[in-house]
Design a protein around this ligand. Structure first.
Ligand code: FES
Ligand SMILES: [Fe+2]
Length: 382
């Protein structure tokens, strides 16, 4: 659980902004060329220099909690297999057979000690070693040592499994997370429980990502949903390298003024969206539920896919637990699917209309300034 001092400070910060009738602001507005959202050459650079280079939180530890658990998935067209050995070690591989390239493990989570390729039956173990070649005598000798699944850099930290999609050494994950690491550790999401996983097709990836970073749109786009409980255009923003923590307030926040600070339960009134650059948003996590969104660009610049994993602090055991979790998830998922993403798809379709050559992010949209600056910075690095 996050230290109360942290949430208390944020509640005070938001209350002060609310009383001043403002929100946190950048010194000036910021402009981004609309071509940055849609240009194929730029998109290719983003994939190559950001998504293939960064440690991506491809799984939650609680998805592979047990020994022998695995997760097979597609990440930007790259088939990935993540395994947990009986000693707890987590490994990741290209989920691609070394014989003639079939996908080895079918998509999803499960438990297995061995993975048998469905095409000709070659068998790999949890460490990716080629453990068996069907009909080897007839096939001819195979150098098993060198024919294991191709390993990917993989590190488990703070309840997340970070994988680098390009084979080879990965970046240092602790350095990559910087000061956000200890806060993620305090959230202890690794001990939480997966309730359900859903997927939704979305717009150009940065259009979708932009939407997770600000609540300037709550009073309008989410007037009849999120805004019923949450304030609009009031946020506290902190950046940790490319990652951010954006904290929003409920309409109950002003009531804290009439309560002694020692009695405040700050997490009842303010809540975060953490973004783990470049592909994850974690909404909630200070109370008892969180919606973890994994955003995967492609296959073309104007498309993306989001995997929404709803996790709960306590396992949903009783029928009442399950119904309550289902209700919350349905509500949040509907907001994304029916409000945020259709708006984003509309934006994406109109990017080439000629209406805008640039978008202007207001001073209140400072988290978007930060995000796009980081994208630019990394795209510029060979
Ligand atoms: S492609 Fe996997 S065994 Fe042939
Ligand atoms: Fe939204």
């Amino acid at each position: 659980m996050l230290d109360r001092d942290v949430t208390l400070a944020l509640a005070k910060r938001l209350l002060a902004l609310y009383e001043a009738g403002t929100t946190e602001q950048a010194g000036e507005s910021y402009r981004v060329p609309v071509a940055h959202y849609i240009d194929p050459a730029r998109f290719a650079l983003e994939i190559d220099r950001i998504f293939k280079r960064a440690p991506l939180p491809l799984a939650l530890s609680c998805e592979l909690r047990e020994p022998n658990a695995f997760k097979a998935m597609d990440a930007l067209g790259v088939p990935v297999l993540i395994t947990r050995a009986p000693d707890g070690t987590v490994r990741a591989f290209l989920n691609v057979c070394r014989h003639r390239g079939a996908i080895v493990a079918a998509g999803g989570c499960g438990k297995a000690r061995r993975f048998t390729c469905p095409y000709h039956g070659w068998v790999y173990d949890q460490a990716g070693r080629l453990a068996g070649v069907y009909g080897e005598e007839a096939f001819g000798p195979v150098d098993k040592e060198s024919m294991g699944l191709t390993p990917l850099a993989c590190e488990e930290r703070h309840g997340f499994i970070f994988v680098t999609l390009r084979p080879g050494p990965g970046l240092d994950v602790d350095e990559w997370l910087g000061d956000l690491g200890p806060e993620l550790a305090a959230l202890d999401l690794g001990s939480w429980h997966v309730f359900d996983v859903r997927e939704v097709e979305g717009p150009a990836w940065k259009v979708a990502y932009d939407g997770y970073l600000e609540n300037y749109h709550f009073a309008t786009l989410h007037k009849n949903s999120i805004f019923k409980e949450n304030m609009s255009n009031l946020m506290a923003v902190d950046a940790y390298g490319p990652h951010q923590r954006v904290v929003f307030a409920k309409h109950t926040l002003p009531a804290l003024r009439d309560t002694p600070e020692s009695e405040w339960v700050p997490a009842d009134h303010v809540g975060p969206v953490y973004t783990l650059f470049p592909c994850m948003a974690i909404a909630g996590a200070w109370r008892d539920t969180a919606l973890v969104s994994q955003l995967f660009p492609g296959p073309t610049p104007e498309r993306s896919r989001t995997v929404e994993t709803f996790i709960t602090r306590q396992p949903a055991v009783t029928e009442d637990d399950r119904r309550a979790a289902e209700r919350t998830l349905d509500f949040l998922f509907t907001v994304v699917r029916d409000e945020d993403y259709p708006t984003g798809v509309g934006i994406t379709q109109a990017l080439t209309s000629g209406a805008n050559t640039e978008f202007t992010f207001g001073r209140n949209e400072l988290s978007l300034h930060h995000f796009h600056r980081w994208v630019d910075r990394l795209v510029a690095q060979e």
